[in-house]
Design a protein around this ligand. Structure first.
Ligand code: AMP
Length: 184
């Protein structure tokens, strides 16, 4: 499946801003708003994801709150798939299931509607999307949620992988991993 060449990767990477000591001292926050505000770059990224996933057997795209919504919803709309939000606790109105996890700067929980993947198939196929892999805790919890309700997470997709934290190794225990960009 298609991956980006080095010069396209550099083009996108140069548009992601580093913000030091946010939200805690010692964290270098990867700010994707500077990429999103560049229409050409945002479109280029979504087009790349569409090329990668267009012909794959996927029933749903699940995005992790909040930045996973920005890429997941745009991709779902572009390739004609259903979108499912995986959210922070207390945000979803109907019956939910949840999973606790630890991540790069704290402990949190993700929630999903119990009937989020209702469709005619027994075991619908789901593509998971978020902006970034740090320790891999958030995405692993999201994959567990997807599996708990009887769906199958076929791949977890990220814009950026902080490879030095080795979070991808954790997620690979549960599903395939694709990241558009890497920072070593
Ligand atoms: P983790 O569970 O440790 O892989 O953390 C990934 C989640 O936390 C993603 O939803 C990211 O948006 C967010 N996150 C963690 N570390 C950073 C960082 N350095 N810069 C931006 N977002 C981050």
């Amino acid at each position: 499946m298609k991956t980006l060449n080095q010069s396209d990767k550099k083009y996108l990477l140069d548009l992601i801003r580093d913000v030091k000591d946010f939200p805690k001292p010692g964290i270098i926050f990867k700010d994707i708003t500077t990429l999103l505000s560049n229409a050409k770059a945002y479109n280029f990224l979504i087009d790349h994801l569409a090329q990668r996933y267009n012909n794959l057997d996927i029933d749903f795209i699940a995005g992790i709150e909040a930045r996973g919504f920005i890429f997941g919803a745009a991709l779902a709309s572009k390739i004609g798939k259903s979108f499912v939000p995986i959210r922070k606790p207390g945000k979803l109105p109907y019956t939910t299931i949840s999973e606790k996890y630890s991540f790069e700067y704290g402990i949190d929980e993700v929630e999903m509607h119990i009937d989020a993947f209702k469709c005619k198939k027994d075991r619908p196929k789901v593509l998971l999307i978020d902006d970034l892999i740090a320790t891999g805790g958030t995405a692993t919890a999201a994959v567990n949620l997807i599996n708990k309700v009887g769906a199958e997470c076929i791949e977890a997709c990220f814009v950026l992988n902080l490879t030095f934290l080795q979070g991808d190794k954790e997620i690979k225990k549960t599903t395939n991993v694709y990241s558009v960009l890497e920072i070593d």
